[in-house]
Ligand binder design. Structure first.
Ligand code: ADP
Ligand code: ZN
Ligand code: ZN
Length: 681
C-alpha cells in the first residue's frame, strides 16, 4: 500500500492518487501537501490503495504528509462523504469547506500545547475536579454551581424525554419564545457533560451573540466551551477546531458550519430555531446544517433536538407522522400571558406615512408610559426606488434585474443584490428633471417619519445598514437594553433571540407582500417572522401587544397569529402543499446556470434536460426557465427544477445525472450548480 487517495478542493468529482511510500493506516484523515499542475495544493488523505485506478497515469509523490495534528477521525470523513454524495459536491470541496481556512491551507495555529501532543479523545475527566488544560477552567474552578430555575412540568418532561433517548432519535422541542427551550437545552447539555460527553449546539447566524455565549458560560463555569462561526479570526477558529478534535472542548456553540466540528465524544446535538433559513448555505456546498445534524446524529446513534416556536413544515410533518418525537412547551416561563395580537384593517384608512391611527396611538401610549415599541418593516433603505414621474425613469441596477434602493442616510443608491452603489443623481439622467421622487418605504424613511411625528422620542433603527458590524450590532442591543431608545424601527434582524424587557408594542407594516409571493415558502417565513417579532414583546412583567397592519384582515395566516395557533397554520399549509405536491410531500433539486446571455444558460439547461430524460425514472423534469431575478451581477440566470416523490429515487437520479452534466460542453464563462433541497426559487 504505497498510494494515497487525496481529496483536493477542485470542482472535479474524483479523488487524486499520489505515491506515498511511508504512508500507513494512521495517515488516513491527515492533511497532505501534493504537487498539482505547476504548483502545489493541500488536501486530505481519505484512503490508502495498493494500485491506482487511474489507468496509465504516471503518479507523482506527495510532498509531505502533515502529522502535526491528530488525524481527522473516520466518522468525520464519513460525514463529509455523506455530504458529497447527498449534495452532489466533490468530496475535496466538502472536506475543504469543513476545515477552518487555516487548517485547509496546511497551516496550524499557535496552541498552548502543540496540537500533535494532545492525545486524541482523552478519557473524560470527573466533573468535580478541574478538567483538562485550559486556563479558563482553572480560573473558574472555584465558582459555585450557578443558580437554576425550578423547571416547569413541561420542561421537566422534555428534559426527561431527551435524557431517556437510547441511541438515535430526533426530538422536536416546540415552544414559543420565552417558553424555556434554552433552559431545556442547558439541562440536556448538563446531563451529557456529567457523562463525560461532548455537546454541539447550533444556532442561527444572528443569534450567536455574547449574550448567549455568556448564558452558556455562566451555566457551565467549569466547562471548556468553544464557539465557531465564519466571522471569527482564522487562528481562533482553527484552535477551536483542534480543541474539539482533541476532545478537550466539551460544548461547541456555533452557526451552521459548526456541524462539521470533529467531536470524538459527541453525545447530543441541538439545533435551535431549526426553521431558520441561515442553516441552509446558499453558495458553494449548499448544505442544510439542520439536515446534516440529523444525519450525523443517526450516524453516531445519539439524540438530536430541534427547537423552534415555528418549526419548518418539513420538521413539523415528521413530528406529526411520528418519525420525530414532539415535545411541547405550551406556556411562557416568565411573562404571564402571550402578547395580544390585533389585526388593523387598513383598507379604508388613509395611512400617515404608512402608519395607521391605531399604531400611532399605541406608540404614543408607550411613550407616555416609558415603555419601548418596535415598528417592524422588512425592507431596509429609505425607499425601494427613486423615480422621475414625468418621464418614467427609475433607478435600476445596471448589473441586475433589480432596482437601486435609495439610502438617504449616506446619500447613495444601492443594489441590495450585487452591492453596486452610486451617488444620488441631482437630476433625472434621461430628461434632466430635478424633482426625483422616492417611491415606497424602507426603514430609513420610517425612522425619519417617526422622529418627526414624535420629536420627544428616541428613535433607533436596527437593520443591516445600522448594524453593519458585530460591534455596531452589540452597541445597538446595549442601547435598547439600557432603555435608551423609545421607538425601534427594525427588520427581521431584531426578531431573533433577544429579550427586550421594556418592549411592549410591536407594529408590523408592509407584511402583506409576502402573502401572495410566488415562492411557496413565503407564507411559512412570514408566519415565523411575525410570531418571532411578536415574541419580543411583553416579556418580564409588562404585557405585550402586537398590531399587524393589513389589507387582508381575514387571511387565515393572520387569524392563526391572533390565536397563537402555529399548529392550525402548519396543518393548513401542509394540506395545501400535499395537494400541490410540494415539499415535504416531494423532494426537489434545482439545476441553475448563469452565463453572459440567457440563451446560453437556457441552452445548457436544455442539454442537461435531454441528458436527464433517459435517467429520470420516477423523477419529474420541469422546463428550463429564466430565474425570477434573471440578471445578477451582469450574468443571466436560468433554472431547471427536478422533483420526485421518493428521496432515494431522486438521489440515484442525481448521481447518474451529475456524470452527464460534467460531460456536457459548456460555452466559456458559463457556470452551473446543483442545489439539493433548495429553499429559494
Ligand atoms: P426560550 O429559549 O424558549 O426563548 P428561555 O429558556 O430563554 O426560553 O427562557 C425564557 C426566560 O425564562 C429566561 O430568562 C429563562 O431564564 C427563564 N426561565 C426558563 N425556564 C424557567 C423556569 N422554569 N422558571 C423560571 N424562569 C425560567
Ligand atoms: Zn445589482
Ligand atoms: Zn426623467
Amino acid at each position: 500500500m504505497n498510494i494515497v487517495r487525496v481529496a483536493l478542493d477542485l470542482p472535479l468529482p474524483r479523488l487524486f492518487d499520489y505515491l506515498a511510500p511511508d504512508a500507513g493506516e494512521s495517515d488516513i484523515g491527515r492533511r497532505v501537501n501534493v504537487p498539482f499542475g505547476a504548483g502545489s495544493r493541500t488536501g486530505v488523505i481519505v484512503a490508502l490503495a495498493a494500485a491506482s485506478d487511474q489507468p496509465g497515469a504516471k503518479l507523482k509523490a506527495v510532498t509531505e504528509i502533515l502529522r502535526d495534528m491528530p488525524a481527522l477521525p473516520a466518522e468525520w470523513l464519513a460525514l463529509c462523504e455523506f455530504c458529497a454524495r447527498y449534495y452532489q459536491t466533490p468530496l475535496g470541496e466538502v472536506t475543504s469547506f469543513a476545515l477552518p481556512p487555516m487548517l485547509r491551507r496546511g497551516k496550524l495555529p499557535r496552541m498552548k500545547k502543540p496540537a500533535a501532543a494532545i492525545a486524541a479523545s482523552p478519557a473524560p475527566s470527573a466533573r468535580d475536579t478541574v478538567p483538562g488544560a485550559s486556563a479558563r477552567d482553572i480560573t473558574t474552578a472555584t465558582v459555585p454551581r450557578p443558580l437554576r430555575p425550578q423547571l416547569m412540568a413541561a420542561q421537566q418532561e422534555a428534559v426527561a424525554a431527551i435524557a431517556g433517548v437510547v441511541g438515535f432519535h430526533t426530538l422536536l422541542l416546540h415552544g414559543v419564545t420565552g417558553s424555556g427551550k434554552t433552559e431545556v437545552y442547558l439541562r440536556a447539555i448538563d446531563a451529557v457533560l456529567a457523562r463525560g460527553g461532548q455537546a454541539l449546539m447550533l444556532v442561527p447566524e444572528i443569534a450567536l451573540t455574547p449574550q448567549l455565549e455568556g448564558r452558556v458560560a455562566a451555566r457551565f463555569p467549569r466547562a471548556h466551551i468553544v464557539c465557531a462561526n465564519s466571522g471569527m479570526a482564522d487562528a481562533a477558529r482553527a484552535r477551536g477546531f483542534l480543541e474539539a478534535l482533541s476532545g478537550r472542548a466539551e460544548i461547541v456553540l456555533g452557526t451552521r458550519l459548526a456541524v462539521f466540528m470533529p467531536l470524538p465524544r459527541l453525545q447530543l446535538i441541538i439545533v435551535d430555531e431549526e426553521h431558520d433559513a441561515s442553516f441552509k448555505q446558499q453558495e458553494g456546498l449548499r448544505y442544510s446544517a439542520r439536515d446534516v445534524a440529523v444525519w450525523r446524529a443517526h450516524q453516531l446513534n445519539i439524540p438530536v433536538v430541534l427547537g423552534s416556536a415555528t418549526p419548518s413544515l418539513e420538521t413539523f410533518h415528521h413530528a406529526s407522522t411520528g418519525r420525530y418525537r414532539m415535545l411541547e412547551l405550551p406556556e411562557r416561563a416568565v411573562a404571564e400571558a402571550m402578547p395580544v395580537v390585533r389585526i388593523v384593517d387598513t383598507r379604508r384608512e388613509k395611512l400617515q406615512e404608512g402608519l395607521s391611527a391605531a399604531l400611532i396611538k399605541g406608540l404614543q401610549q408607550r411613550l407616555e408610559r416609558g415603555e419601548q415599541s418596535l415598528v417592524f418593516l422588512n425592507r431596509r433603505g429609505y425607499a425601494p426606488v427613486l423615480a422621475c414621474p414625468p418621464c418614467g425613469w427609475i433607478s435600476r441596477c445596471q448589473r441586475c434585474a433589480a432596482n437601486l434602493v435609495l439610502h438617504l442616510a449616506d446619500q447613495r443608491l444601492r443594489c441590495h443584490h450585487c452591492g453596486f452603489e452610486t451617488a444620488i443623481p441631482r437630476a433625472c439622467p434621461d430628461c434632466g428633471n430635478v424633482d426625483l421622487l422616492p417611491f415606497g418605504r424602507g426603514t430609513q424613511r420610517l425612522e425619519t417619519m417617526l422622529a418627526e411625528r414624535f420629536p420627544e422620542a428616541r428613535v433607533l433603527r436596527i437593520d443591516r445598514d445600522s448594524a453593519s458590524t458585530p460591534k455596531k450590532w452589540q452597541a445597538l442591543l446595549a442601547t435598547i437594553h439600557a432603555g435608551e431608545a423609545d421607538i425601534l424601527v427594525g427588520t427581521q434582524m431584531l426578531a431573533k433571540g433577544h429579550d427586550f424587557p421594556l418592549l411592549t408594542l410591536v407594529g408590523a407594516v408592509g407584511a402583506d407582500a409576502a402573502l401572495f409571493a410566488a415562492d411557496f415558502r413565503a407564507p411559512e417565513r412570514l408566519f415565523a417572522q411575525l410570531m418571532q417579532v411578536g415574541g419580543r414583546s411583553g416579556r418580564a412583567d409588562l404585557p405585550g401587544e402586537v398590531l399587524i397592519q393589513t389589507e387582508y384582515p381575514d387571511h387565515p395566516l393572520y387569524r392563526a397569529l391572533v390565536d397563537h395557533d402555529y399548529v392550525r397554520f402548519a396543518r393548513a399549509q401542509l394540506d395545501e402543499r400535499r395537494i400541490a405536491g410540494f415539499p415535504p410531500f416531494s423532494f426537489q433539486a434545482m439545476l441553475r446556470a448563469e452565463a453572459r446571455s440567457i440563451e446560453q444558460s437556457l441552452a445548457f439547461l436544455l442539454a442537461g434536460r435531454r441528458a436527464a430524460e433517459a435517467l429520470a425514472d420516477g423523477v419529474t423534469l420541469y422546463d428550463a426557465v429564466p430565474m425570477r431575478m434573471q440578471r445578477l451581477m451582469t450574468l443571466e440566470r436560468g433554472q431547471l427544477l427536478v422533483e420526485s416523490a421518493s428521496r432515494p429515487a431522486l438521489q440515484s437520479f442525481l448521481a447518474a445525472w451529475m456524470e452527464k452534466l460534467y460531460a456536457l460542453k459548456m460555452p466559456g464563462g458559463l457556470r452551473w450548480h446543483l442545489d439539493v433541497d433548495p429553499l429559494e426559487f
